[in-house]
Design a protein around this ligand. Sequence first.
Ligand SMILES: NC(=O)c1ccc[n+]([C@@H]2O[C@H](COP(=O)([O-])OP(=O)(O)OC[C@H]3O[C@@H](n4cnc5c(N)ncnc54)[C@H](O)[C@@H]3O)[C@@H](O)[C@H]2O)c1
Length: 273
Amino acid sequence: MRDFAGKVAVVTGAGGGLGRALAEALAARGMSLVLADLRPGPLAETAALLAERGAEVLAQPTDVSRREPVEALAAAAYRRFGAVHLLCNNAGVSLGGGLETMTEGDWRWALGVNLWGVIHGLAAFLPRMIAGGPGGHVVNSGSMAGLIASAGLGVYTATKYAVVGLSETLARDLRPYGIGVSVLCPMGVQTGIVATSAALRPADSERRTPPEGQPELVGRWLPPAQVARLVVRGIEEERLYIVTHREGLALIERRFARLQEAFLLLPEPEAAP
Ligand SMILES: NC(=O)c1ccc[n+]([C@@H]2O[C@H](COP(=O)([O-])OP(=O)(O)OC[C@H]3O[C@@H](n4cnc5c(N)ncnc54)[C@H](O)[C@@H]3O)[C@@H](O)[C@H]2O)c1
């Protein structure tokens, strides 16, 4: 998608970090914004910030882990603007701790927001975007944790691998409609994700002490605005993978070297009888 001005973008998780920065970057390119977040207060702050700068904004408190509110968001977006050109399924939560310590509540919560949030976004908006097409773009917020496994991040990793796999397939499925797909795969971004997620983690999700030491996936902590600029460029250039941290390449190479080794170590095929 090359032209942004006058078009409509949806950003979930717009009450904080990356979602807010992305909404700011898209508004600066002349887009109208449909903003959603579970937390009404921070959502209203983002909406006010953009409205002050002259953007057309619809802000609707939404729990992306549930189908009905996301359907209601899509209905409201089309009522107000008549079209959506860019869908950013960005809302997400993080949690750390060994898989052996994770509860069913942890799994349901993280999968609910990070994976079902994306699924609900696609289910609610895609049929309308296709009908209003051709063209458009979807950005799903994955993570480097969707490309590389890291000790102590198992639940988060499972949700993000799913988002990456889903996005890779979606890019193929949506090609006939001219709708581009990107999956954003950052390492550290300077947002409040740890504190916000800790506050949102449900009560039935037992709070356990995270493992000692740094997770492997730590590189630089980039400002959200810098990542948002990379997302805008990734949309313009129709990039499937939007990566943000050069230091991640060594980790990717190590993973692929291990996979390659597994193939190279296969025994010779037995001769046919
Ligand atoms: N910050 C990082 O280092 C980092 C790295 C890689 C990927 N990501 C991903 O980027 C995305 C944005 O994260 P962020 O760092 O800006 O975090 P953040 O916590 O600053 O923002 C996420 C927003 O999502 C909202 N949210 C949480 N649950 C929700 C729900 N059920 N429905 C609707 N909104 C909900 C929160 O209220 C919050 O405003 C996430 O998908 C995250 O996994 C972040």
